[in-house]
Write a new protein. Structure first.
Length: 306
């Protein structure tokens, strides 16, 4: 797999504070890579180093196998980024903003190219509206459009759903998925909204106090421990009786919570239990995992506190 971004022993200090502490991470082409950590973990400092807004005290950054340094920034042309909240000329239109920003980047896209980008982010119908009339979610989508102007291979997004309502969050989440699947972009996504990362990322890293806690495939990391499933069934007593009759009690732990059956299955997949209930005349209205990336995050970071 092609390595798009890699850091080696990346370190940044602010006087006595070690904001980023020997951070190693690796991102491959096509990844939607979740960059997770509590406030103060070092996420923003890392992103500022990745985009050369600040420089590390030690360690190395490689973009597309080229070392990033104060004297070698050309590789950043292949990177698009939104660091914190995007800024625009509020009294100009969305189209005019992108046109001006393109010139600042040293590129000259055609009208068709700008309109295609606005179409992609869902703003084509507002191309001639002044940005001051835009909602926060629309400004975030325009920020993604800005990051796409020079057709970069890597997109770095710093907390892109902050301050959005659930609908706006879903719009950004859908855009991120489209960036990876339809546009073939690699996405580096920093967020404290752990549910959002779980929805879109295939790989992730968790940092705390500037240090890497864990890195890997999202699904594999979530599967490393047992998951509690909540079954909403038509007959709780019959369900428990069935588990007893099939001699499954030794393989599952269960409890009743709010008229639902909570099962921790160490050996039997939840879908097999679902089939068992249905085959024996028990309606299963729903079953869902209770454990989420948020719970995993808390387990990991609390366990690593010094």
């Amino acid at each position: 797999m092609e390595v798009v971004l890699q850091t080696k022993s990346l370190t940044k200090r602010f006087k006595k504070l070690v904001a980023v502490d020997n951070l190693d991470l690796i991102i491959y082409r096509g990844d939607v890579f979740g960059f997770l950590g509590p406030n103060g973990a070092g996420k923003s400092t890392t992103i500022r180093m990745l985009t050369s807004l600040i420089y590390p005290d030690s360690g190395e950054i490689f973009l597309f196998n080229e070392k990033l340094s104060p004297t070698n920034k050309n590789v950043l042309r292949r990177v698009g980024a939104i660091v914190e909240s995007p800024d625009f000329y509020l009294y100009l239109t969305a189209y005019k903003n992108l046109e001006i920003l393109a010139r600042i980047y040293g590129i000259n896209p055609t009208r068709k190219q700008i309109m295609e980008i606005l179409e992609f982010v869902g703003l084509a119908n507002r191309w001639n509206s002044k940005v001051k009339t835009f909602s926060h979610g629309m400004k975030q989508r325009l920020g993604i459009a800005q990051a796409l102007l020079h057709n970069p291979d890597l997109i770095i997004l710093d907390e892109p759903t902050t301050g959005l309502d659930p609908y706006g969050m879903k719009e950004i989440r859908d855009l991120i998925v489209q960036l990876a699947k339809e546009k073939g972009k690699t996405v580096f996504l920093s967020s404290h909204l752990l549910y959002e990362i779980e929805q879109v990322a295939n790989r992730m890293i968790i940092i705390n106090n500037g240090k890497k806690i864990i890195e890997g495939n999202v699904k594999d990391l979530l599967d490393t421990k047992n998951v509690v499933y909540i079954f909403d069934v038509s007959d709780l007593n019959k369900s428990i009786q069935l588990l007893n009759e099939k001699n499954l009690i030794k393989d599952v732990d269960y409890q009743i919570d709010n008229n639902k059956l909570k099962i921790l299955s160490q050996k039997i997949p939840a879908y097999e239990l679902n089939k068992l209930f249905v085959a024996n005349g028990i309606d299963v209205y729903s079953f869902k995992p209770q454990r989420t990336l948020e719970e995993f995050f808390l387990e990991i970071t609390q366990g690593k506190k010094q």
